[in-house]
Design a protein around this ligand. Structure first.
Ligand code: NDP
Length: 333
């Protein structure tokens, strides 16, 4: 079995030398445990935060141990009645080829609807749930709202805009970091307009694509994007504060500036709701029952950028932080 360990806490953008590949013998499962061989695992932005040794909503990754995160794989050996050899399961065993866990910590995956198992790491997994919970529960999206999504071509963002369209938004606009992503949003996903935030100040581009203002902002980026959304917000607009990836590689000496217009929150009576999806895992079932058929019918589209080989997992993770993914960044083991 091969694992990726964190061996040093990164400063700024993680360096390949912050990680090490470690080989170890396959473990046999104990009573009540299963041995899983991973097919795919997820690399996500929140993992960058867990590489710092600071208190947060999840504990930091330990040094010299495999990192964890969502994975999908096949059960190779089982000492539990509930899980059989050959079952396809999701687990928290990311960043490794194989792992042993209590059977109660794996979830069986139903791939019978013609959906690829890796989709359970993206559109039908935690990122998908994040989009659904953020838009519907946290931003209280209503029919007729005009919606702005940042990080719109990523795993979460690409679903947010499609959900808003399916639920009769008046207008859906998004920002992303390349012309190709902008094209994907408007030509494939049905965004009404999109822009490349690297081309010109976000606030200028946002004003142009949503002249009647923003009712709901789904924030994946923070910084200049949040400032622009506040500037373009209509009275009583709602913000789902999901992430702030512009800040994740900040260091104390080099922080990315935050929004300078917070007083507009008062003047416009805005609601800004931060949330962590793991508080809403009870929403997984209603989310899946609504969105799985849309994915199976092709009414919801999704993309995956797949990096092959555990030896390239760190490259995939760093690539995701730099925007090399369209849709979900996935490591194929
Ligand atoms: P993505 O698939 O969106 O991948 C990250 C993307 O962020 C990159 O592809 C890149 O795209 C973009 N990006 C990187 N740096 C910047 C920057 N400085 N400014 C603007 N965009 C940048 O990741 P996810 O969909 O998994 O996550 C999206 C957001 O949602 C993250 O902020 C994440 O932390 C958050 N999240 C929050 C959860 C919660 O419970 N609150 C749960 C899951 C995710 P580009 O080419 O467009 O720059």
């Amino acid at each position: 079995a091969r694992e990726v360990h964190l061996v040093r806490r990164p400063s700024g953008m993680p360096d390949p030398d912050d990680f090490a590949l470690v080989d170890r013998d396959l473990e046999a499962p104990g009573e009540g445990e299963v041995l899983v061989a991973n097919h795919h695992f997820s690399v996500d932005p929140y993992m960058r935060g867990r590489m710092n040794d600071v208190p947060s909503y999840v504990p930091p990754f330990a040094l010299d141990a495999p990192m964890d995160g969502r994975a999908v794989g096949e059960v190779l050996a089982s000492r539990s009645d509930g899980v059989a050899v050959g079952d396809l399961v999701t687990s928290n065993l990311a960043w490794r080829t194989h792992g042993v866990v209590p059977a109660k910590h794996v979830q069986k995956v139903d791939a019978s609807e013609g959906v690829s198992p890796s989709a359970f790491l993206g559109v039908l997994g935690v990122p998908g749930l994040t989009a659904w919970v953020g838009l519907l529960d946290k931003a209280s999206f209503r029919e007729g709202d005009a919606v702005f999504v940042s990080g719109a071509a990523g795993a979460v963002g690409s679903l947010v805009g499609q959900l808003a369209k399916l639920k009769s938004a008046s207008r859906v606009v998004g920002s992303a970091g390349s012309a190709e992503k902008v094209r994907w949003l408007t030509e494939e996903l049905g965004y009404d307009a999109a822009f490349n935030y690297k081309d010109a100040p976000v606030v200028d581009q946002l004003r142009e694509v949503i002249p009647d203002g923003v009712d709901v902002y789904f924030d994946n980026v923070g910084a200049d994007h949040l400032e622009a959304a506040i500037a373009c917000a209509n009275d009583f607009a709602r913000v789902a504060a999901c992430g702030a990836i512009a800040h994740y590689n900040d260091t104390d000496d080099d922080p990315t500036p935050g929004p300078r217009n917070l007083f507009q929150i008062v003047k416009k009576r805005l609601s800004i709701q931060g949330f962590i999806v793991t508080d809403s895992m009870d929403r997984m079932r209603p989310f899946l029952s609504e969105v799985t058929p849309w994915v199976a019918e092709g009414r919801v589209k999704f993309a995956e950028t797949v990096v092959e080989g555990i030896d390239r997992a760190v490259e995939g993770f760093r690539g995701m932080l730099r925007g090399e993914n369209t849709g979900k960044m996935i490591i194929k083991v």
